[in-house]
Design a protein around this ligand. Structure first.
Ligand code: NAD
Length: 306
């Protein structure tokens, strides 16, 4: 299949591109190399993709998606470009309307006008708001805690609207705290490992519990959904909530650095925990990486990059 990925120089997009190309698909990615975090890291990923024969287009979805779609015949489009992160969404909510809602509508419109048969959208566990227990897809009601989550929930609603209106195949993935090599520098595990390797204290905000999901489990699930032509909403998580404080304590012992407590950040929920039965039943998704194994792989990547 010919696959397009927006945000393909991002953490998840680049890993997905490599997996799908290795499976025999022809993959094209588009990325605007925004400065939400270190652009060097995105350029490194893009170079790796190009070395594997993946076409990388340096373009902005807001302005150039139409041109990009015209010059390809995509069988599926994965929309991963976004402005992520909860804290920033409290200070600049309008940017999240633009980059998480409006950009998704642009993608849906492009898919409709160019006849792209299937759109996959990257949503987030944050759409569940403040709830406890292993959450089922139908437990998201829009009662969320941050503009980022509100934007993702709203973008999901547009995806469902296009499915209902135009009979478009649309799949919504709700990712749960994805981690792994070449991850996102603003996320806790990336930060902890960098702080530990620098001999700095590890900063834990509040006492959160997160369903950490290894990148290879996520991209395998996405590929399985593509192959099964699954439509609807699916949690992609590890179904295994872990205390962030415990992980920091483990790293603190190993690298002999202290842990520093900071107040919980407004907008962050205290727990995420996925029920992944729908993804398992529909396309055979079974997360397999242990947190210990995933963290080892991450540490190796951070050490090699220094
Ligand atoms: P990322 O920031 O690494 O990747 C997003 C990419 O999109 C970046 O490379 C960025 O340059 C690009 N981009 C942003 N605006 C663009 C634009 N206008 N045009 C073209 N490219 C643009 O983030 P990620 O962690 O890989 O996340 C991918 C998707 O998954 C996002 O939608 C994110 O909200 C969602 N998500 C991620 C997680 C996680 O744990 N990483 C959890 C839940 C949801």
């Amino acid at each position: 299949m010919q696959i397009g990925i927006t945000g393909g120089a991002g953490f998840i997009g680049a890993a997905l591109a490599l997996r799908l190309q290795a499976s025999g698909h022809t993959v094209y990615v588009m990325d605007a190399f925004t400065d939400y975090y270190d652009v060097e890291l995105k350029l490194e990923r893009a170079q790796r993709l190009q070395a594997h024969g993946i076409g990388v287009f340096d373009g902005n979805v807001h302005e150039e998606l139409g041109t990009w779609c015209e010059s390809h015949t995509f069988d599926a489009l994965f929309h991963l470009a976004a402005l992520p992160g909860v804290p920033g969404s409290l200070t600049e909510p309008h940017r999240y309307i633009e980059d998480d809602i409006a950009m998704t509508v642009t993608v849906l419109e492009a898919a409709r006008t160019h006849g792209i048969p299937h759109v996959f959208f990257a949503s987030s566990s944050s759409v569940y708001g403040e709830q406890t227990g292993a959450l089922l897809e139908q437990q998201a009601t829009g009662n969320v805690m941050s503009p980022y989550a509100a934007a993702k929930y709203s973008a999901e609603t547009f995806c469902r609207t296009y499915h209902n209106l135009y009979d478009m195949n649309v799949t919504i993935f709700r990712f749960f705290t994805v981690y792994g090599p070449s991850g996102r520098p603003d996320m806790a595990l990336f930060r902890f490992i960098e702080q530990a390797l620098d001999g700095q204290p590890l900063t834990v905000f509040g006492d959160p519990v997160r369903d950490f999901t290894y990148i290879d489990d996520i991209t395998r699930g996405m590929e399985q959904a593509l192959e099964a032509k699954a439509t609807g909403i699916f949690n992609l998580g590890a179904s295994r909530p872990e205390s962030v404080r415990d992980i920091a304590a483990m790293l603190s012992e190993r690298f002999n650095v202290p842990v520093r407590s900071a107040p919980a950040r407004t907008g962050d929920v205290s727990m995420t925990w996925s029920n992944t039965d729908a993804a398992r039943q529909t396309f055979g998704y079974v997360p397999s990486f242990t947190l210990a194994d995933g963290i080892e792989r991450m540490i190796r990547w951070h050490l090699e990059r220094r």
